[in-house]
Design a protein around this ligand. Structure first.
Ligand SMILES: [Zn+2]
Length: 218
């Protein structure tokens, strides 16, 4: 591990700028990250004053990059009240029967299922074996809807993300994906091809979790 130390300066428009001295840095560089913010990496022997001078020289560029990142965030769609109520209506009609079908096929029993609208998770399973499903699930292709539902069902047996949970989930995901392939589902075919060459420990779970990342909760 490279040793690092640093200080923070505050720019009136940009906010906090981290100046980090690192034995790995060979020259001064700036990174602008939408979440982690602005970071100036400096070789250990370069004084802070030089790093700050470099940052001031590049300040205009940093502001431009930040503006572009903000633009990208604006593309994230916000659902209108009408869209939300339509998603809720569809979710209530479609998700509980599908959950019941998968549960009976794979031998799970749960307490209650509730349809929720939140911006933080696709679904959850409580220790009381109640399953919550996000209305956004109906925006996903069928094979990925099943992915979320199976994930929550497996939590009925393992309320964590340990190896036992992942082994069980991978087993049911594999079985379900095979059934989808039998139905000539194009997305399932492409996911199966990707999973087949994945070096991940749980290739189907990994491939589907990547596919889900293209969708945002609205
Ligand atoms: Zn989970």
């Amino acid at each position: 591990m490279a040793k690092s130390s640093g200080k923070i300066i505050v720019d009136p428009e940009i906010g906090e700028v981290q100046i980090v001295k690192s034995s790995r840095s060979r020259s001064i560089s700036i990174r602008v990250h939408p979440v982690r913010g602005v970071r100036v990496s400096v070789p250990r022997l370069v004084p802070y004053a030089a790093a700050i001078a470099f940052f001031k020289m590049k300040r205009g560029w940093v502001l431009e990059v930040m503006a572009k990142q903000q633009e990208r965030f604006k593309d994230v769609k916000v659902a209108s009240p009408d869209e939300v109520s339509e998603l809720r209506r569809r979710a209530k009609a479609e998700l509980p029967p599908r959950l019941a079908e998968l549960a009976s096929r794979y031998g799970f029993t749960y307490n209650r299922v509730a349809i929720k609208h939140n911006a933080t998770n696709w679904g959850s399973c409580s220790t009381k074996n109640n399953i919550n499903l996000n209305i956004n699930i109906v925006r996903l292709p069928a094979v990925l809807q099943d992915y979320i539902l199976l994930h929550e069902l497996c939590h009925l047996r393992h309320h964590d993300h340990g190896d036992a949970f992942h082994l069980l989930l991978e087993h049911f995901l594999t079985d379900n994906l095979m059934r989808r392939l039998g139905e000539e589902d194009e997305l399932s075919k492409s996911l199966a091809r990707k999973a087949a060459v994945s070096k991940a420990r749980y290739p189907i779970d990994y491939t589907m979790s990547r596919a889900i990342k293209q969708y945002r909760l609205i």
